[in-house]
Design a binder for this molecule. Structure first.
Ligand SMILES: N[C@@H](CCC(=O)N[C@@H](CS)C(=O)NCC(=O)O)C(=O)O
Length: 331
């Protein structure tokens, strides 16, 4: 989640600072008994320091309140209505499609397997889009990325966005040629990747104290220091860590978790075999999920070394990811 507190807050703090400094100087210059110059200098320095301290304190409080109010507004509206109403970034007649992600890295891939999945799906389907960062938590109707602004609507969840674009005839049905048994296998793989393997990113990026500083720098570098030091550290991270505990991924021992990962990647590698795509010689929807997960494993090794090690044990998975990167993203 990303906050973008208005610069008006900082302006307020600056105004307070300059008013305090101005008052202090005015008092000194109109004094009847002309004090000693050294005392004047000391008083000016003292007043300036006091003004700076007041400004810093006001700015800190305003910035923190800005961030916290975002969380509070988001939580309150979600708990009553279930979803947050977000103003679309496109009009009903607009041809522009906006993919909202975390936006913390300008170069590909986004540090979210689901954003990466949808990004690839849109490119391969020939749908032109702009990638924009979430400007605040209130930009995300379900609190998650990706979000797609499309013809005046705000769509959430990569799976349902893909379904919607196919139903509208804007994207091909990549699964049309699969048999019922193949669809079943593809669906099981998709769930294994999105509902099990995905949590490996959370376990490493958010729950590992040694890796967390790198995650924080990668995700939140653009936020003001006060928001990072207080809101991210004491509100956001603990929430994600609690979610990992509730799902159970952080309760496994390291060897238990690595054995689950090893089985999942071995299944994916076995299904891919020497084929071009996961389900054979044609793209199917599960390829976008696999690509998003594998690209995040491999290209963010510093944030998830265990995931990267397990994915890279399978040469065919590494080659598949590199080839799709070349064909889908770089071309
Ligand atoms: N089922 C969703 C999952 C999306 C998801 O979990 N996104 C993660 C980033 S990779 C997220 O936004 N997490 C924030 C949170 O859980 O608060 C989809 O397919 O879009």
């Amino acid at each position: 989640m990303i906050w973008d507190p208005s610069s008006a807050l900082a302006d307020d703090a600056r105004d307070v600072a300059s008013a305090v400094a101005h008052e202090a100087l005015a008092l000194l210059t109109v004094s009847e008994d002309s004090p000693h110059p050294a005392r004047i200098a000391a008083a000016v320095v003292g007043a300036s320091l006091a003004a700076a301290a007041v400004a810093a304190a006001v700015a800190l409080v305003l910035l923190i309140l800005g961030g916290i109010s975002d969380v509070v507004v988001e939580t309150a509206s979600r708990s009553t209505a279930g979803t947050v109403r977000v103003r679309p970034r496109t009009t009903p007649t607009s041809n522009h499609v906006v993919l909202v992600g975390f936006g913390q890295r300008s170069q590909w891939p986004q540090a979210s397997p689901f954003v990466c999945k949808l990004d690839a799906f849109l490119r391969v389907s020939g749908i032109k889009f702009r990638l924009e960062p979430a400007r605040s938590a209130a930009d995300l109707p379900t609190g998650k990325v990706p979000v797609l602004h499309f013809r005046g609507e705000v769509l959430s969840d990569s799976h349902f966005i893909v379904k919607r674009l196919v139903a509208e005839g804007l994207a091909p049905d990549f699964d049309a040629d699969l048999t019922a048994a193949e669809r079943a296998r593809a669906e099981c793989l998709r769930h294994a990747l999105e509902s099990v393997v995905y949590w490996g990113f959370v376990r490493e990026r958010w729950c590992n104290d040694a890796i967390w500083p790198h995650t924080e720098a990668e995700y939140f570098a653009s936020l003001p220091w006060a928001i990072r030091a207080i809101v991210i550290r004491f509100v956001v991270r603990p929430g994600v860590v609690r979610a990992a505990h509730a799902v159970g991924v952080s309760r496994y021992t390291q060897s238990q978790w690595e054995s689950i990962l090893a089985d999942c990647f071995a299944s994916l590698a076995a299904q891919l075999g020497t084929n071009r795509f996961i389900m054979g010689d044609r793209i199917s929807t599960v390829d976008f999920t696999a690509f998003g997960i594998l690209a995040n494993c491999i290209y963010y090794e510093e944030l998830n070394p265990v995931m990267a090690r397990h994915a890279c044990m399978h040469t065919n998975l590494v080659e598949y990811t590199a080839r799709l990167h070349r064909e889908w993203i770089r071309s």
